[in-house]
Design a protein around this ligand. Structure first.
Ligand code: KG4
Ligand code: ZN
Length: 344
């Protein structure tokens, strides 16, 4: 059975994985760069690129050794080719090209967002197309109808910050360090969300787009006021953000057409409160709710290998001169959104 080698290096995780067509992850390794970036409170692109370059080759060798496989036994080499921090993406893509060339196997240049979008199908063989996907990470916040491999219809995006970015920036305001999402979730568990009134941007608006910049600023003002407990601010922030997400997702469900399931992916899908709220929303609409296991939600290479397998199965592969793309929308037809910055 076909096995694809996946490589991920678009942000601050260096990762390699071997995934078989029957959805078995034979081996995977992830080297996190949290320690390198923590002193700066965010990912520093130059540090990330150098760390990927130092770690990737030995990581791939160790992943192959874990599975007891030779490079020549893989069916194809898949790597994230964008969007992301261009230095890191180039390290992964160039490595994949070299391995594909050396082993005379096809190259699959994978859109990182496609990796997230298809990852729920790696975890759940019963998940068929189409499904409504909330893709929420540090760089993206989108609602997409996943109609098939390579067929994504974007219903909404953020007009300013991504959801994970809002968590990370709120964490910074509260002195919680990096990465912020999990720390905010932990602190929120001991706070009272009603103790701090915070805005819910775009709640109820006709288009299902997102906005989190105003919420982030309100968190900063609440902290500067000095009269609230940090746990209450964290809880109020998380509640406000989730209220927005649920309202926007409900709106998107109205416009999606018939879908088989409501699915969440991307790093923020690790948030348990978000999962619970989305599950309730799916139930309300009589839909299945699918969320990949936590390890598949944050950046990883198994999802890249899986997207590679899905594309291989539909007869696609890429040329060795495929260039890394710092920006690469999943739905090139989607209308640009007024006010949207780099996150569109
Ligand atoms: O998908 P991902 O690993 O990397 C990107 O492609 O951005 O997502 C990382 C993002 C970060 O913003 C992180 O703070 C957020 O996901 N995140 C969370 C949680 N775990 C990770 N946000 C909220 N709650 C969590 N438990
Ligand atoms: Zn990601």
């Amino acid at each position: 059975m076909e096995v694809v080698l996946g490589i991920e290096s678009s942000c601050d995780e260096t990762a390699a994985a071997l995934v078989r067509a029957d959805r078995v992850v034979l081996a995977q390794r992830i080297a996190s760069q949290d320690a390198e970036h923590r002193p700066y409170g965010g990912v520093v692109p130059e540090i990330a690129a150098r760390a990927h370059a130092e770690r990737l080759a030995p990581l791939i060798a160790a992943t192959l050794a874990d599975a007891g496989m030779a490079l020549g036994a893989v069916a194809a080499v898949a790597a994230t080719a964008g969007p992301g921090l261009i230095g890191g993406v180039m390290v992964g893509l160039v490595t994949a090209k070299a391995l594909a060339m050396a082993s005379d196997k096809p190259l699959l240049a994978i859109n990182h967002l496609e990796g997230h979008a298809l990852s729920p199908r790696l975890a759940d063989a019963a998940l068929g197309f189409p499904y409504l996907l909330l893709l929420a990470s540090g760089g993206h916040c989108q609602l997409l109808v996943v109609e098939g491999v390579g067929r994504y219809r974007r219903l909404a995006t953020t007009i300013d910050d991504a959801l994970g970015e809002a968590f990370d920036k709120s964490a910074k305001v509260l002195g919680l360090g990096y990465p912020g999402g999990p720390a905010v979730e932990r602190l929120a568990a001991s706070g009272d969300p009603r103790a701090v009134p915070l805005p819910r941007p775009l709640l109820g608006s006709a288009e299902p787009h997102f906005s989190f910049a105003g919420l982030k600023s309100a968190v900063l003002r609440a902290k500067q006021a000095g009269s609230h407990a940090d746990a209450d601010i964290a809880a109020a922030f998380q509640q406000a953000a989730l209220d927005c997400v649920i309202d926007r997702t409900r709106r998107a469900l109205d416009r999606a057409g018939p879908v088989a399931a409501l699915v969440v992916a991307g790093g923020v899908a690790a948030n348990r409160a978000l999962r619970g709220a989305l599950e309730a929303l799916a139930e309300e609409h009589g839909l299945r709710f699918v969320a990949p296991p936590l390890a598949l939600c944050t950046d990883n290479a198994a999802m890249i290998a899986w997207a590679g397998l899905e594309r291989l199965a539909s007869g696609q592969n890429d040329s060795l001169d495929f260039a890394a793309r710092p920006r690469w929308p999943l739905d090139p037809e989607a209308e640009p959104v007024r006010g949207a910055g780099v996150k569109a």
